[in-house]
Design a protein around this ligand. Structure first.
Ligand SMILES: *Cc1c(COP(=O)(O)O)cnc(C)c1O
Length: 399
């Protein structure tokens, strides 16, 4: 089926959750390129929404995953599972966390985090219901993570949402200090808010969260589903601030495209007992085999250095472009290879995305009229030059 046929058929059989999709049907990939059925190549700055960290066709990843499929894909958590135990060891060792639980997705990892926080207070004999989240956050599509997502457009149809979420504007220290009190079970936040447009938290705000939470005995939950696994140039984005939340969640890049999420917790938050939580698929042999390849690459090669260097040069190029087109680019944000370029109202991020696509470059869009740039972590400066060059032409003809 070609694009037009797929579009028609999809419209008759798939729930319309994703609207009209982008006018390219990826069929294969190599390195940082995606290819359609006709063999047209696209330089990929979206990487399946910050998922395909190692790019496409990575030999080690492909061999490990194919080899595991041939041996055994899934056995279920009634059994011990060596790739799972190995991945758990590597993640805890490299992050300093005490324990991990594997899920299938970011939303599920956050569900696990929220359940841990509720159990923590329940076990102390003083259950708490209030959870502080941030305005313009995104935490997933399950009911609890929809509630945690501080964006009204996600809530309207699903009231009443579970638990008592309170939303504090990002980087409003006074409001955060006031929101966290003795009835607060937890505070959940992203170090860089991804879906709403790549908005970083300030160091002061992060310090305020930790100080207020410590004082109120509320647990901190850092949602690193998007920022984690190297996207900002460190294994966790928290590493830039020298902090560790009681609980951290991971997903997107963890499996390089094989679905897996992780919820990491400190000793203090390690409160589940047998039966409190579980999963059929989560952390199966295949998913953990994939995760092992990714964590090894991040911890045993210079990939993180590469992300820092390439990300810094990418951001510089975007800032130079902003100086050249101040009427088009309102702000450049983000760190490492998780960058956003907010366009001024005269430009529409989705239209610019389509224009780039017609020039064989894939970018994402996010929240506030922002181009979202989350390429495979193996991207190189020459690829960035292509994007900048195409973007320059698009912005100058729309001038
Ligand atoms: C993508 C994302 C999620 C949701 O992950 P799913 O795998 O789609 O459930 C949660 N939090 C953040 C910060 C994300 O970027």
């Amino acid at each position: 089926m070609d694009y037009e046929q797929l579009k028609l058929t999809d419209a008759s059989v798939y729930m319309p959750t994703f609207g009209t999709r982008l006018p390219v049907v990826p069929q294969s990939g190599a390195g940082v390129m995606l290819f359609d059925a006709e063999g047209n190549g696209y330089l990929d700055f979206l990487s399946g929404i910050a998922v395909n960290a190692l790019g496409y066709g990575d030999a080690e990843f492909t061999d490990a995953v194919c080899g595991q499929v041939k041996k055994l894909t899934h056995a279920c958590n009634y059994f011990y599972n060596e790739p799972q135990t190995q991945l758990a060891q590597k993640l805890t060792k490299n992050t300093g966390y005490a324990r991990v639980f594997f899920s299938n997705s970011g939303g599920e990892a956050n569900e696990c985090a929220l359940k841990l926080a509720l159990k923590y207070h329940y076990q102390k004999g003083a259950p708490r219901k209030k959870i502080v989240a941030l305005a313009d956050s995104f935490h997933g599509r399950t009911l609890a993570t929809t509630a945690a997502t501080g964006q009204a457009r996600f809530h309207a149809a699903f009231q009443p949402l579970p638990y008592e979420f309170v939303y504090v504007p990002a980087n409003d220290c006074a409001a955060m200090a006031q929101a966290i009190d003795g009835s607060t079970a937890a505070v959940i936040f992203e170090v860089i808010q991804g879906e709403s447009g790549v908005h970083p938290l300030t160091p002061e705000f992060i310090q305020t969260i930790f100080a207020a939470a410590a004082q109120a005995d509320a647990l901190t939950i850092c949602d690193e589903v998007q920022t984690g696994m190297g996207h900002t140039g460190r294994l966790l984005a928290q590493d830039h601030f020298g902090v560790r939340a009681d609980i951290t969640t991971l997903a997107k890049a963890l499996g390089n495209g094989i679905p897996i999420g992780a919820c990491l917790c400190s000793d203090r938050a390690n409160v589940f007992e047998p039966g409190d939580h579980g999963t059929t698929f989560g952390g199966n042999l295949l998913a953990c085999t994939a995760g092992n390849v990714v964590i090894d690459r991040l911890t045993q090669t210079d990939l993180l250095d590469h992300v820092q260097k390439t990300g810094a040069c990418f951001k510089d190029s975007l800032l130079a472009l902003q100086r050249e087109f101040p009427q088009a680019i309102k702000e450049v944000r983000g760190q490492g290879l998780m960058l956003g370029a907010e366009l001024s109202p005269a430009f529409d991020a989705h239209q610019v995305q389509l224009a780039l696509l017609s020039r064989s470059v894939i970018v994402g869009t996010a929240g506030s009229n922002t181009l979202r740039l989350v390429p495979p972590l193996i991207i190189e400066p020459k690829h960035i030059e292509v994007l900048i060059c195409e973007l320059k032409e698009i912005l100058s003809c729309q001038d």
